[in-house]
Design a binder for this molecule. Structure first.
Ligand code: 13P
Length: 254
């Protein structure tokens, strides 16, 4: 069965000292989690503080981006092997906030390949805008993002990936997708994966929902059959709120 995954995306929040303080509070109140994996994705400068603080814990550390080239004259960029060596296990790719800064589907695909080649687990984000939803093209848009993002990724590699459905209109707006809306698209994503890679892979891949998930709506969202966890922005910055979402995810799958 698929294990639930709760991943925090800190975006551009918290300094290294604040990371250390968060980790201490968070570890102190985190319950035992048998059915749920926990990931905290932090800004690059916080990675070493996070890796140090979460060493000897069940909490994995992730980055929020990577560059697709191996090395060289790319001022300000970070390569996948650097993230791995720094202690990262996961990396968020194709977040809508980065796509809004100009990241293309081809970039996302190249980054996914670079991450996988270096043993990082990519959390590839897809999602539609409000205009696209209202125009009734959500499924076509998501299909295109999945197909282009996963170009030339074989069956052996897709198994190591996570996909996150993040409707742009629900991010940071407090306007969560209803459990039915989120389930509908996550089910569609699984169907696209099934077509591309077969039923076994589709059953095994974890699909997360992200967009104003909080301690109140997490139970209903995570109860949906095709939602295997959450990618949490704002609520992952507050230990008490993040722990409540983890508790919601830490339920045995029937
Ligand atoms: P919020 O939970 O703040 O809406 O952010 C969601 C998100 O973008 C996670 O990647």
């Amino acid at each position: 069965m698929r294990k639930k995954i709760v991943a925090g995306n800190w975006k551009m929040n918290k300094t290294p000292s604040e990371t250390k303080a968060f980790a201490e509070q968070f570890k102190a109140i985190l319950p035992k989690t048998k059915w749920c994996d926990i990931v905290v994705c932090v800004p690059t400068v916080d990675l070493s503080a996070a890796v140090r603080a979460f060493k000897d814990s069940r909490i994995a550390v992730g980055a929020e981006n990577v560059y697709f080239e191996k090395s060289g004259a790319y001022t300000g960029e970070i390569a996948a092997n650097m993230l791995l060596d720094a202690g990262c296990k996961y990396v968020i790719l194709g977040h809508s906030e980065r796509r809004a800064m100009g990241e293309t589907n081809a970039d996302v695909n190249a980054k996914v390949l670079a991450a996988l080649d270096n043993g990082l687990i990519p959390i590839m984000c897809v999602g539609e805008s409000l205009e696209q939803r209202e125009a009734g093209i959500t499924e076509e848009w998501i299909t295109m993002q999945i197909k282009t993002g996963l170009a030339s990724i074989g069956e052996d590699k897709i198994r190591k990936m996570i996909i996150a459905y993040e409707p742009i209109w629900a991010i940071g707006t407090g306007k969560t997708a209803t459990p039915e809306q989120a389930e509908e698209v996550c089910e569609h994503i699984r169907a696209v994966i099934r077509k591309l890679y077969g039923a076994k892979v589709a059953r095994a891949i974890s699909i997360l929902y992200g967009g104003s998930m909080n301690e109140k709506n997490a139970y209903d969202l995570l109860a949906q059959p095709d939602i295997d966890g959450g990618l949490i922005g704002g609520a992952s910055l507050v230990p008490e709120k993040f722990v409540k979402i983890i508790e919601a995810a830490n339920q045995p799958t029937i």
